[in-house]
Design a protein around this ligand. Structure first.
Ligand SMILES: *Cc1c(COP(=O)(O)O)cnc(C)c1O
Length: 352
């Protein structure tokens, strides 16, 4: 069984003797999306979707978690802990189960998509709902990990970033070079940090010639980096990026500035429009937070005419699977119509 550690061993901090905790994560599809380019008003762009929902627990967090759990076990840790808007806990719980160690999860009360919560619970994590938001939960787990023998596996754990940089490697391996632009959602900002690190390292190894402009997108109601100050009470339907004080804030700003990219915000309406467009125009079902980067692509194409007329290679990172949150999908589509069990009834509906 091979996952990202076996595939990219020479770029990762592991040795021959390291026991690898893996679920065969990574190697996710890079799907050409010409209809999304058209939808964004930029039909010349070569748009690709990196479908991270195809990872074992349905999000990119698995890339980081295989490294975090591998190193935790190597260092003799018997337990891991994380704060989570959902996907981190689902992934931590699965990889901890595989490693045979304890997993403790703190989630913001009432804000977790059911798919994600069910994963953490079924994998046997000890889950606590904190009467507060993600930022409160993260502050708590930081303190616990500093004072107790329990390993923190949020993205402030440097091994998470190491694993997640494999996403850039895969994109370069498929395209033969880095893309011109990468559009992605930004929450706690670990992923934009990891991708930028990966692109820079791969180029230093002679695997690519270019570096992409990193285009990060926050939700309007949870856009601390765009506003330049923490948001006390973040609000957005995109729960995976509902974060008011990102842990990797500085690194995200560095990725933006070093790459000549940008970090901006999109509204919940724009996010849901992109979410529906991805599903109905390309057949790709992602979760709402994942669609923030694609909403950003449309917004950016509207404001930058040279870009929208170009043939640039653009990769959008679709961070998580749509099935994580079916309630959200059902809230934005019409319900099925009920009909009689007759040929006549269906033919009348179909008008054929
Ligand atoms: C974690 C997550 C994000 C945000 O990633 P950060 O590294 O926190 O910026 C976006 N989308 C999904 C689906 C996620 O699970």
């Amino acid at each position: 069984m091979t996952g990202i550690i076996d595939r990219y061993r020479q770029y990762l901090p592991v040795s021959e003797r390291t026991r690898v905790i893996t679920l065969s994560e990574g190697n996710t599809p890079l799907i050409p999306a010409p209809r999304i380019a058209e939808w964004a008003g930029a039909p010349g762009l070569q748009v690709y979707l990196k479908y991270e929902g195809m990872n074992p627990t349905g999000s990119f967090k698995d890339r980081g978690m295989t490294m975090a759990l591998t190193k935790a076990v190597e260092d003799g840790s018997k337990a891991v802990i994380c704060a989570s808007t959902g996907n981190t806990s689902a992934s931590a719980a699965a990889y901890a189960a595989r490693a045979g160690i304890r997993c403790v999860v703190l989630i913001p009360d009432g804000n977790i998509a059911l798919g994600k919560l069910s994963q953490a619970l079924v994998h046997g994590a000890e889950v606590y709902a904190v009467q507060g938001n993600f930022d409160d939960a993260l502050a708590m787990v930081r303190q616990v990990s500093e004072t107790s023998p329990i390993t923190l596996v949020n993205s402030i754990n440097p091994f998470r970033i190491e694993g997640q940089k494999s996403g850039s490697f895969e994109i370069v391996d498929v395209l033969g070079d880095a893309p011109d632009y990468q559009f992605m959602p930004v929450g706690n900002a670990g992923n934009i940090t990891a991708y930028w690190k990966g692109y820079k390292e791969y180029r230093a190894h002679g695997k690519s010639r270019k570096l992409p402009k990193m285009m990060g997108w926050q939700a309007e109601g949870a856009a601390p980096i765009v506003r330049g100050e923490p948001v006390k009470d973040p609000k957005t339907i995109a729960t995976a990026i509902k974060i008011g004080n990102p842990a990797s804030w500085k690194q995200a700003v560095a990725a933006r500035d070093e790459s000549g990219g940008g970090i901006d915000a999109v509204s919940d309406e724009e996010i849901l429009e992109a979410y529906k467009a991805l599903a109905s125009l390309e057949g790709v079902f992602c979760e709402p937070a994942s669609a923030a980067g694609v909403a950003g692509l449309k917004k950016y194409a509207r404001t930058d005419e040279a870009f929208s007329r170009s043939r640039a290679a653009v990769v959008c990172i679709l961070t998580g699977h749509g099935l994580k949150d079916p309630d959200r999908a059902m809230a934005v589509v019409p319900r099925p119509r009920t009909i009689a069990p007759t040929l006549d009834a269906i033919q009348r509906e179909l008008k054929i």
